[in-house]
Design a protein around this ligand. Structure first.
Ligand code: ZN
Length: 187
């Protein structure tokens, strides 16, 4: 049967530097990997997209965050535990040295790709919940996608997924939230 799903899973910044041993590492970030992997293999989604931070060694944001995700480095790469396959389309952000980017939609190729694939709903997972995941979700709402953050497949820097103030902030911006089990039970 044809897959009529119009849903995309967007995986944000699941890269070694955000997981451990760098100035941008997020505590316990590796805990999200099993949920992200389960979701990535689920036919609920028509497609899976990876957003990756990718900088030259002279990027502007290093003044604030320290060096991270330098193109071609170990820290740029996804962890070996992350499920990958050749159908997952990759989009970079942070290629321009002078611009600090948080949202995946700052790559101008992402929106046309999603529209060409007839995607209507976007489900976002990854790192960090309160920075790049949030910014990507805000842009997704702006571009009229039904927008969801799968909370237990994200890890935040200053918030955890049970923070009710943060959840209310998301709701007020038109971002819906759910958990990995909600998707798996929908199948
Ligand atoms: Zn960066």
């Amino acid at each position: 049967m044809a897959n009529l799903s119009s849903k995309a899973l967007i995986r944000v910044d699941i890269q070694n530097d955000f997981l451990a041993n760098s100035s941008v590492a997020i505590a316990r970030a590796q805990e999200i990997i099993p949920n992200v992997n389960e979701l990535s293999c689920n036919s609920f989604f028509k497609l899976v997209v990876d957003i990756r931070d990718c900088h030259k060694p002279t990027h502007k944001s290093f003044a604030k965050w320290g060096q991270h995700c330098i193109e071609g480095s170990y820290g740029y790469n996804p962890p070996s535990t992350l499920y990958v396959n050749s159908n997952i389309k990759l989009f970079h952000k942070g290629m321009d040295d002078k611009v600090d980017t948080l949202s995946g939609f700052e790559n101008p190729e992402l929106l046309p790709y999603l529209l060409a694939q007839k995607i209507q709903s976007i489900y976002i997972v990854g790192l960090a919940l309160d920075f790049c995941v949030l910014s990507t979700a805000i842009d997704a709402v702006k571009y009229n996608f039904a927008t969801y953050i799968i909370l237990d497949a994200c890890k935040g820097i200053n918030v955890n997924m049970d923070n009710l103030t943060f959840q209310k902030k998301l709701a007020s911006q038109g971002i819906k939230t759910l958990k990995t089990a909600d998707i798996l039970s929908l199948k």
